[in-house]
Design a protein around this ligand. Structure first.
Ligand code: FES
Ligand SMILES: [Fe+2]
Length: 426
């Protein structure tokens, strides 16, 4: 990184952020500037989104050589594509001639990447293969596209803008692959997708995602398949009936996990949300009612199960990654989410519903039935993030305490974020 690049965060801003980090009380929400201040937002984009592995797409979006998707990460536009050897590549979406944006669609297919301005042409390996009128001594090998690190974990595509990306993605891949492979994401298709702009800072989107304290009061659809006790509770405040229900739930978690594990379906909790640079967590939990899927009737939404699965009742395998993604894997479908910051007070939440590539719409699945729980939940969550942002903007806001029983993962998110920000500022 050059001196000029480093100067994007001024010494004054660095000192101000360091002092906010130093005065933060563990177990409490963050100071208001973390949610509202444009300079902290710029630091987030550089030090968090610019230096960590960011989930952006899935392999089924790129089935053939030349297929591409583009993604915007702060000021960066990235094109991710399938090369001629069927490998994944990612490039900065910027022409090496005079810097024009190269690809303008969100997704498509190309033979080569041709700049509209003066037709400089790059092959799928990023090499400049055509540049007219540049003279015989012009060395095209010096003007290939700038590459971006890209990795697929069982079909989930992550990119990293850093020159040296965090190496511990290897550990996440090793831990997660056995959990994800039975769901065979690579042989899925996108049945539906949704882009929703939340009126809130990306950290409020993530904090909201990392707890279900708000679920019973706000998510009538999601709480049909989700057990109320699955996301923590304070035993001292519960009556005997509630305690008995919670105990039954704990027993169900244990017996379900034992059954799934005995069939070769990994289910045990793995939590590295705040002790790894590439923070993540996973756990497979039972689904309530009829026990099959995250749908309004808790039955599978697609009759064609994923991969070679035959058991409809595999619960919901959740996979959370820092800083910005979460995913739910069931026997019949997968829902993936990525939160992409737009500015200090707006965040794009991109949701994709995946089913087996051979599942037939209208026969094996119905899109409305597939998407109803999470479409409703996303919209309710957007409303919650908006009121949290509105409160953080007022002078009366001060950090408030997280529940030690239901908001532990919110605290882990904040701890990870502040730790990574501190490291970046050092
Ligand atoms: S800016 Fe791309 S060819 Fe000139
Ligand atoms: Fe929610």
């Amino acid at each position: 990184m050059t001196t000029l690049d480093k100067a994007t965060i001024t010494d004054e801003t660095r000192a101000a952020i360091r002092s906010l980090i130093a005065r933060r009380q563990p177990g409490y929400s963050l100071d208001a500037p973390f949610y509202t201040n444009p300079e902290i937002f710029a630091a987030d984009m550089e030090l968090i989104f610019g230096r960590h592995w960011i989930y952006v797409a899935i392999e089924p979006e790129l089935p053939e050589a030349g297929d591409y998707v583009t993604v915007t990460l702060g000021k960066n536009s990235i094109v991710i594509l399938r090369d001629d050897d069927m490998g994944l590549r990612a490039y900065h979406n910027v022409c090496r001639h005079r810097g024009a944006k190269l690809v303008h669609e969100e997704a498509g297919a190309v033979g080569n990447l041709v700049c509209r301005y003066h037709q400089w042409t790059y092959n799928l390996e990023g090499k400049l293969i055509y540049a007219e009128h540049m003279g015989q001594d012009f060395d095209t090998s010096c003007f290939g596209l700038k590459s971006v690190h890209v990795r697929s974990i069982a079909g989930l595509i992550f990119i990293c803008l850093a020159a040296e990306p965090p190496a511990d993605i290897d550990a996440m891949e090793a831990a997660m692959t056995p959990y994800l492979l039975p769901h065979d994401l690579k042989n899925c298709k996108i049945a539906a997708s949704n882009d929703l702009i939340e009126r809130g800072n990306w950290k409020l989107t993530m904090e909201n995602n990392r707890e279900c304290y708000h679920c019973s009061g706000n998510h009538p659809e999601l709480t049909i398949p989700l057990f109320a006790y699955g996301f923590g509770f304070a035993p001292g405040q519960m009556d005997e009936t509630e305690l008995a229900q919670a105990a039954r739930y704990e027993t169900l978690v244990e017996t379900s996990a034992a059954r799934w594990e005995s069939c070769g379906i990994p289910s045990a909790e793995v939590d590295h949300l705040d002790d790894c640079i590439t923070g993540f967590r996973t756990q497979r939990l039972p689904i309530d009612q009829l026990g099959e899927s995250q749908t309004l009737d808790t039955r599978v939404a697609s009759r064609k199960l994923l991969g070679n699965l035959t058991d409809t009742a595999l619960g919901g395998l959740s996979f959370w990654t820092q800083p910005n993604s979460w995913h739910h894997f069931m026997s019949d479908h997968i829902v993936t989410f990525t939160a992409l910051p737009i500015d200090a007070e707006h965040t794009l939440v991109r949701t994709k519903w995946l089913v087996h590539k051979d599942a037939r719409e209208g026969i094996d699945y119905d899109v409305e039935n597939l998407t109803s729980v999470w479409n409703a939940t996303n919209s309710q969550d957007a409303g919650l993030v908006e009121i949290a942002q509105a409160g953080a903007r007022t002078p009366a806001y001060e950090p408030g305490p997280y529940s030690p029983y239901t908001e532990m993962l919110v605290e882990k998110f904040c701890k990870w974020y502040l730790g990574r920000l501190s490291d970046g500022l050092a």
